[in-house]
Design a protein around this ligand. Structure first.
Ligand SMILES: C[S@@+](CC[C@H](N)C(=O)[O-])C[C@H]1O[C@@H](n2cnc3c(N)ncnc32)[C@H](O)[C@@H]1O
Length: 224
């Protein structure tokens, strides 16, 4: 059986390009705590997402990890390129006005990220999903958007390790949410994800996010 190695995850991380989801979308794909005050939260593979900034405004002790935090200037450059591409694609398929609107929302998320990063950079940590630099049972809410099941899952061992790490750092009686999950169009991926989760004996549910024709995964931690 293949064994997890940080070198393999480093190689894979290079292929998973940054992008940024507008905040209004992120709050639909993840069911955030209604009261974040005093909660310790973790966003895995956050890139320039605004979620951590928003959680902090709501009173959380909010952390984000991403291996690209090692070089913020490069992350910024790569994200700029990615959102230009997203804008062109959207404009081509759905019209220039929609492309422009979405581009503005992505830029707004980045601005919120940058403000929060400037003021609270110790909460943005350079790390990999498979090797979280946090104590076990230390977060009230752990989530990941377009990372664990949107890139890391091409490698069975790295995917499993990322899930194990998210589970390890979550407190007992807390939850982990991951988006997207079980893309309706792909039965093979659905079976593959579910098999791995069942092998880990995790208690999970899959919830529809109809607006995006996809689902989120919710894992409940009942024991250590
Ligand atoms: C598609 S972006 C998603 C960013 C953000 N979550 C959002 O949805 O707005 C994927 C992010 O995952 C990060 N990433 C890649 N490999 C990773 C790994 N092994 N562990 C944690 N994050 C990783 C990338 O650097 C990138 O910022």
């Amino acid at each position: 059986m293949a064994v997890y190695s940080i070198e393999d995850e480093t190689g894979l991380a290079k292929e998973l390009q940054p992008s940024v989801m507008p905040l209004a979308e992120a709050t639909k794909v993840i069911d955030f705590p209604s009261d974040a005050r005093g909660k310790r939260t973790l966003d895995i593979g956050a890139g320039q997402s605004a979620c951590t900034a928003r959680l902090r405004i709501q009173g959380a002790e909010a952390y984000a990890i991403d291996p690209r935090y090692t070089d913020m200037a490069k992350l910024d450059e790569e994200t700029s390129r990615a959102i230009e591409i997203a804008r062109s694609r959207l404009s081509l398929h759905r019209g220039a006005a929609i492309g422009k609107r979405y581009y503005k929302l992505m830029q707004a998320a980045r601005q919120a990220f940058k403000r929060d990063y400037r003021a609270h950079n110790r909460f943005y940590i350079n790390a990999f999903a498979g090797d979280l630099p946090f104590d076990s049972n230390s977060f009230d809410f752990v989530f990941s958007i377009n990372c664990i099941t949107h890139g890391l899952d091409v490698d069975d061992v790295i995917f499993r390790r990322a899930i194990q790490e998210a589970y390890r750092v979550a407190k007992v009686r807390s939850e982990i949410q991951i988006y997207p999950f079980l893309l309706k169009s792909n039965e093979r991926i659905r079976k593959y994800h579910e098999r791995l989760l069942q092998e880990e004996s995790l208690e999970y549910s899959v919830e529809a996010v109809p607006e995006f024709n996809s689902n989120r995964l919710r894992i409940r931690k009942h024991q250590q």
